[in-house]
Write a protein that binds this ligand. Structure first.
Ligand SMILES: Cc1cc2nc3c(=O)[nH]c(=O)nc-3n(C[C@H](O)[C@H](O)[C@H](O)COP(=O)(O)OP(=O)(O)OC[C@H]3O[C@@H](n4cnc5c(N)ncnc54)[C@H](O)[C@@H]3O)c2cc1C
Length: 226
């Protein structure tokens, strides 16, 4: 059963003209599994009302009942996300319906291998925050690719907490802390006991899904955004 809640924007971080991070404070906060996604509508509605036009976004933060806050990383790609960028300022309310999805953090201790491109890191930020809180971050490796280092979102945080379990790739810029090329299957550790998670463009997901399957990996989860 999903919860419908008013959500007030408390902070906006502008990463670029195309990408912004929204910190929302929810009126009705309920427990959700890390990795879940929500529906965001600019219309203000209650649970009893017809659900209006909305768009889907991954929750990029751990469940935190104390703060009642969630983080979204939103890429402006079309009409609705353009309206979000225009209308959703600090102090403005919107409506969210949550939580959805089954690409969630496993409840048992297993190796976790995440492969992300660009804003596709969003659900993994939620995983990482949760595992950091429970002292189990050693279980997770992140392979993260973007055009430039500036758009490796939360790079310093990721580097600080994942250390050698973070592997970054930049395709359009040379950077000392990253591999300066496209990420490929040969870069990924193959461990058939691990749970694999992929999030990025359709092409990115299709490539790694097929390549991992060919390597005998069975437990592959993917979040397709388009
Ligand atoms: C499970 C899930 C989780 C998601 N999580 C996130 C997230 O955390 N962050 C995020 O940013 N997005 C996320 N998305 C994607 C997000 O929902 C879509 O990007 C959003 O719905 C786009 O809405 P829009 O109205 O702005 O774009 P639309 O207008 O609906 O456009 C949709 C697609 O069409 C393309 N398009 C639009 N207009 C044109 C045009 N004129 N020419 C060519 N192509 C065009 C756009 O590039 C876009 O890819 C997620 C999607 C799913 C399914």
């Amino acid at each position: 059963m999903q919860t419908v809640s008013r959500a007030k924007v408390v902070e906006i971080i502008v990463h670029s003209e195309q990408v912004r991070e929204y910190i929302l404070e929810l009126e009705k906060y309920r427990k959700f599994d890390e990795g879940s996604f929500l529906q965001l509508s600019l219309d203000l509605v209650d649970a009893s009302e017809y659900w209006p036009e909305s768009r889907t976004f991954s929750i990029a933060s751990k469940c935190d009942r104390k703060s009642k806050r969630i983080r979204l990383i939103i890429s402006k790609v079309g009409s609705y996300t353009t309206r979000i960028f225009t209308k959703l300022g600090v102090g403005i309310e919107c409506t969210v319906k949550y939580a959805f999805g089954d690409m969630i953090l496993p409840s048992v201790d297993v190796p976790i291998i995440c492969i992300a491109a660009g804003t596709g890191v969003a659900p993994f930020l939620s995983f990482i925050e949760k595992l950091e809180e429970s002292g189990k971050l050693d279980n997770l490796k992140l392979y993260y690719s973007s055009k430039t280092k500036q758009v490796l979102y939360h790079f310093e945080f990721l580097k600080g907490c994942l250390e050698s379990n973070l592997h970054c790739f930049t395709t359009r810029e040379k950077s000392e802390e990253c591999h300066n090329r496209r990420i490929a299957i040969e870069d990924i550790l193959i461990d058939t006991d691990a749970e694999y998670y992929i999030c990025g463009s359709q092409e990115f997901i299709a490539y790694f899904y097929e390549a991992l399957s060919l390597q005998g990996v069975k437990k592959i989860h993917k979040d397709e955004w388009e």
